[in-house]
Design a protein around this ligand. Structure first.
Ligand SMILES: C[S@@+](CC[C@H](N)C(=O)[O-])C[C@H]1O[C@@H](n2cnc3c(N)ncnc32)[C@H](O)[C@@H]1O
Length: 459
């Protein structure tokens, strides 16, 4: 069918309507006229894919990456960046209105990421013994088959194509990846089969420190075999003075995640140092760290502005991860208490406090749903930064019962932000919301909401 794309749905698909019936169109943007084919039809909507682009939207641009359209890494390269920012703002505004019944709250223009390519400080590439061929490679005798190291076709674990370069990581990362790929191809040890679950080489993770322009290489293998890794590590460190660490994570389980059962150092340090503003962080291979370092600085600056700290406040940093927000705010508060479910994240948080000579932060490990009730504190400011699923409703109620003067809600999912703010809006004014782009060329958006208590709540 021929369709006129009139909007973008959250999730990044183009939107068209025929007599009020909603049609989602993958890989289409507002202003496109396309010939589309139905791939799924339900009572209230249909999902389609573009067969032919009849007329291109003025908001389109040529995607610089050759894998655009196939790769699950970033799906919006063909949309001009200013349009990406505006659609992200609208996602937040529309989620607040439709899910949270919250209108009239300023949702500011999205803060742009700078740069918009090469911004990712961590990439994970999967090794496969049977790389996925792109449509234009099929049937070509000159295309080498077999081993590949790369990213996935969206929604699949086994369709891994050989990513020669990913534009989301700095260019140096692509050179390092090419050398590692060559070594793996020449190695006597087999590449892990994604179906057979046999083989040695599983994943390659690269981490980049923006502040120091250093790199960490994490080789994830199915067994411990240092003699297979040491020559690679030595060659990499001789070739790239920026590589300061090569580690090995040994992953014996079948699960397709690049986390080992245990880790062995191979060459150099076991951690990478990076900085957000003037705060230093030591990141190990499996530590959580925001993947866009400069974007994180933008995000935390807004958290700081919305917290309005005078130096006298007790601040709760809920879902604190490795404590980056606690550390960022510490000098502006009397005390910051971080709360996090992952014990190893708290080990990192404490180390990072020591590294930055911060003495007024403390951290609690536990599930907020049970743990928050036991806290005997009266915070003036509560920061929440939950995962995509948002806050559990019991945690929302417990925060409301604490009745802090201000709440700063950091969200990576506008839908759960809107749902949670709806539960808070009778007790708190939602003053403003600031979307921040941390992930250019994807539909993901972070946002920060500033809330101010309406009146004291008696629990
Ligand atoms: C978005 S991350 C926080 C990132 C952190 N604020 C930062 O900027 O680096 C969300 C964190 O919530 C933690 N988390 C998830 N469920 C939790 C729970 N029920 N109780 C405590 N922490 C939880 C996760 O382990 C994760 O570290």
């Amino acid at each position: 069918m021929e369709l006129e794309i009139t909007g973008l749905a959250f999730g990044g698909k183009g939107l068209a309507k025929i007599n009020g019936f909603t049609i989602f169109v993958d890989q289409a943007v507002p202003g496109d006229r396309v010939l589309a084919q139905v791939v799924k039809k339900k009572r209230s909507y249909a999902e389609t894919k573009v067969v032919e682009l009849i007329e291109a939207s003025p908001h389109r641009q040529a995607a610089p990456c050759p894998y655009s359209g196939f790769c699950g890494g970033c799906k919006w390269q063909f949309l001009k960046y200013n349009q990406q920012l505006e659609h992200k703002r609208r996602f937040v505004e529309e989620a607040l209105a439709h899910i949270g019944q919250i209108t009239g709250v300023p949702v500011h223009n999205t803060v742009a990421s700078n740069p918009i390519f090469g911004y990712r400080n961590k990439m994970e590439f999967t090794c496969t013994n049977r790389k996925w061929l792109l449509p234009h490679e099929l049937g070509r005798p000159d295309i080498e088959k077999g081993v590949g190291v790369g990213l996935h076709v969206p929604g699949t674990f086994y369709k891994v194509f050989d990513t020669e370069a990913c534009l989301l990581q700095p260019q140096r990362g692509n050179q390092i990846l090419a050398d590692i790929r060559q070594y793996i191809k020449n190695s006597d040890d087999p590449v892990y089969g994604l179906h057979s679950h046999r083989g040695f080489w599983r994943f390659v993770m690269l981490r980049h420190s923006v502040a120091y322009d250093h790199w960490m290489v994490n080789l994830i293998t199915s067994a411990e075999k240092p003699e297979a890794l040491k020559p690679l590590a030595d060659a990499l460190m001789a070739q790239y003075k920026e590589i300061v660490s090569v580690v090995n994570n040994v992953a014996t389980r079948k699960a397709g995640v690049a986390i080992g059962d245990y880790e062995r150092p191979i060459a150099g340090h076991s951690v990478l140092k990076d900085a957000i503003d003037h705060f230093e962080f030591e990141i190990s291979a499996n530590s959580f760290f925001q993947t866009n370092t400069r974007g994180a600085a933008n995000l935390y600056a807004i958290v700081k502005q919305y917290s309005q700290l005078s130096g006298k406040e007790t601040v709760l940093d809920l879902y604190c991860g490795t404590g980056a927000i606690s550390i960022y705010l510490a000098a502006l508060a009397k005390e910051v208490i971080g709360f996090e479910i992952m014990a190893n994240a708290i080990v990192d948080a404490k180390k990072n406090c020591d590294l930055n000579q911060i003495e007024n932060c403390r951290f609690i490990v536990g599930d907020l749903r049970q743990g928050l009730l036991q806290m005997q504190v009266q915070p003036e400011v509560v920061i929440v930064d939950p995962p995509r699923a948002g806050m559990h409703k019991d945690v929302v109620q417990q925060v409301l019962a604490m009745a802090p003067a201000r709440i700063v809600y950091v969200s990576c999912n506008p839908a759960t932000l809107a749902r949670d703010l709806q539960m808070m809006k009778d007790h708190y004014h939602i003053l403003e919301v600031q979307p921040v782009d941390m992930f250019p060329h994807t539909y993901h958006v972070e946002s920060v909401a500033q809330l101010q208590r309406r009146h004291r709540i008696l629990s």
